[in-house]
Design a protein around this ligand. Structure first.
Ligand code: ATP
Length: 138
């Protein structure tokens, strides 16, 4: 069994019920879930690998534009399985190539694409830690 992070982005939080149905129907176990508003600092940490990309600031704006729902999913080959269920990054491509994927159903384009998935067990663990790790005292 493997662990991954699935995150519903602000554009699709209103579809959380449908998306969780798809996750459970596909056989995942959900071990943690949280709804949260990411600060810009958290978002920059979450997307640190994209820091040099031209769309980085836009991506941080988008991901902090509303609440997100982060989930820890467990299953066989969970990283790859969730990326397959999520579908191609560009929702338009998802609609033609993977019509039953989450992004085909609930995404809009290549940025506003409903969900995120960890791309490796190591990155998934780092990203899960942003939501579920030890919190600094307030
Ligand atoms: P994620 O990491 O969110 O699961 P991904 O691995 O399919 O998505 P990446 O290439 O890692 O896609 O890009 C991360 C996120 O950045 C995308 O999900 C999308 O929201 C945004 N993004 C990717 N490419 C572009 C682009 N060309 N223009 C604007 N935003 C983009």
């Amino acid at each position: 069994l493997e662990k991954t992070i699935a995150m519903i982005k602000p554009d699709a939080v209103s579809k959380v019920g449908h998306i969780m149905d798809m996750i459970f129907s596909d056989g995942f176990h959900m071990s943690k879930a949280i709804m949260a508003q990411l600060s810009r600092t958290d978002a920059q940490r979450f997307y640190a690998v994209h820091q040099q990309k031209p769309f980085f600031n836009e991506l941080v704006d988008f991901i902090t534009s509303g609440k997100v729902v982060a989930m820890e999913l467990i299953g066989n080959d969970a990283v790859k399985h969730w990326r397959t269920l999520a579908g191609p990054t560009d929702s338009a491509v998802a609609r033609s190539e993977a019509p039953n994927s989450v992004r085909a159903r609930f995404g809009t384009d290549k940025q506003t694409n409903a969900v995120h998935g960890g791309d490796s067990p190591e990155n998934a663990a780092k990203e899960l830690n942003i939501f579920f790790g030890p919190q600094p005292q307030k």
